[in-house]
Design a protein around this ligand. Structure first.
Ligand SMILES: Cc1cc2nc3c(=O)[nH]c(=O)nc-3n(C[C@H](O)[C@H](O)[C@H](O)COP(=O)(O)OP(=O)(O)OC[C@H]3O[C@@H](n4cnc5c(N)ncnc54)[C@H](O)[C@@H]3O)c2cc1C
Length: 399
């Protein structure tokens, strides 16, 4: 007789796949259930591993705060985007540091290359406001011993010859790199499988069975799958899955649109962040230009306005892109929370339930540590990193 799984993971994006991998690696019996929904974030993502950059408000953060801030653009920019708390920075830096070994491990288990590349992230400085914002970031990074480096205009031109000569220089984040997010999620799943996990890849979780304050099973179209733990890794749909357990999980979709150019010869060594957009060249040659942050519910379309704004930002940073073709444009739904931090771990009063959701704009970089920690919780072990700042109880909104 086959034993029921210890852990059922709902959602096969990068987070659910990472949980499945680490749980299978600890010897837990795992079933991953995924119903691919339009707009799932992982497969729309840019794959920036910008642990420091995103924590201090760069990358997608700068665009998020620009769109969320006051209409007075100069005062908004002078204040700069808000920094995320220290606990988040520490979490992200630790997760990012797992990539070199992870790339090797996943290759061994799955035969796949996740295209992890050491690139660094450059924040391009266009004017005095950018410079003073960068200085405040640098002071903050120095306090935390994070590697940064100033580049003068000449140094920038030497390092990235295609970047505009109008930039006054750049601030480099030395350990912020990139990966192929599609390959990462797929390799996590394939590795979990090779470690014994079952993957139901076109199956929706429709209900959770609750008995005496505990989740005891997961309902799919073919019936109930009993389990000891269910992990909610449903991305922007985490609220829907939470409601199956009578929990109000405050995760909402925030749309991001991204442009991909035609395949180009290598022209960037670093990832770039500006106050208009970010740019990164993937291994196969496409340059990705991102990204919008839009509160449009579960709408997954793409817009002319986004193509125009992102393209203008990209050409300002790399003038020769004016002559390059756009190959595709797409969008995805980031799973956002009210305080921009993920929700990890249990829900008070409900045994057998774990959250692994709300990773907003940094789910790719934060997937390894999330997967590790959630697998530790499911195995009844103390987590490697305190999840207190990321606990569901901070919202205190149980229905
Ligand atoms: C344009 C864009 C660019 C980004 N760039 C970066 C970046 O550079 N770096 C970075 O770190 N992060 C980035 N992000 C954020 C990152 O992509 C997300 O934080 C991360 O992918 C979230 O992963 P997830 O697994 O939680 O969600 P998802 O990838 O959305 O996965 C959730 C899965 O659950 C499935 N599901 C939902 N409900 C059910 C159900 N009832 N039953 C079964 N399955 C279900 C969905 O179909 C989906 O497959 C970006 C996001 C976007 C949109």
């Amino acid at each position: 007789m086959t034993r029921s799984p210890d852990v059922v993971v709902v959602g096969g994006g990068v987070i659910g796949s990472a949980v499945a991998y680490y749980a299978a690696k600890r010897g837990l019996r795992v079933t991953l259930i995924d119903q691919p929904k339009r707009g799932r974030a992982t497969f729309a993502s840019a794959g920036g591993l910008w642990a420091a950059g995103e924590s201090v408000g760069l990358g997608c953060g700068v665009i998020f705060h620009k769109s969320a801030g006051s209409p007075d653009s100069d005062s908004r920019r002078a204040a700069g985007p808000s920094h995320l708390p220290r606990s988040f920075l520490d979490f992200s830096v630790l997760s990012n540091a797992m990539f070199p070994q992870l790339a090797q491990e996943l290759r061994e288990y799955s035969g796949m290359d996740i295209e992890w590349e050491r690139t660094s992230l450059l924040f391009l400085l266009y004017d005095e406001l950018d410079e003073s914002f960068a200085q405040s970031i640098r002071d903050r990074c120095a306090e935390k011993s994070l590697g940064t480096e100033w580049l003068t205009t000449d140094e920038l031109a030497k390092s990235e010859p295609v970047v505009t000569r109008h930039a006054r220089g750049a601030l480099r984040f030395q350990d912020d790199d990139q990966v192929n997010p599609y390959a990462l999620a797929t390799a996590f799943q394939a590795s979990a499988r090779s470690l014994g996990a079952t993957v139901l890849s076109h199956s929706a979780v429709q209900a959770l069975r609750l008995e005496s304050g505990r989740v005891t099973g997961v309902g799919v179209s073919t019936g109930w799958i009993p389990c000891d733990w269910v992990v909610n890794a449903a991305g922007a749909w985490a609220g829907e899955v939470g409601r199956m357990a009578r929990l109000e999980i405050p995760v909402r979709p925030v749309r991001g649109q991204l442009i991909g150019t035609e395949t180009l010869p290598r022209m960037l060594t670093a990832c770039l962040s500006t106050t208009d957009c970010y740019l990164l060249q993937k291994k196969h040659g496409e340059i990705l230009i991102g990204s919008t942050t839009e509160e449009v519910g579960f709408a997954t379309g793409v817009t002319h306005a986004a193509v125009k704004t992102l393209s203008a930002g990209a050409v300002r940073a790399i003038p020769c892109l004016e002559h390059v073709h756009v190959k595709r444009i797409w969008s995805g739904l980031r799973p956002a929370t009210p305080d921009e931090l993920p929700i990890l771990g249990p829900a008070a009063g409900l045994a057998g339930y774990l959250n692994a959701c709300g990773h907003f704009r940094t789910g790719i970089v934060n997937a390894p540590l999330t997967g590790l920690i959630v697998s530790e919780l499911a195995a009844g072990e103390p987590p490697t990193f305190s999840i207190e700042p990321f606990s569901f109880s901070r919202f205190n909104t149980s229905a």
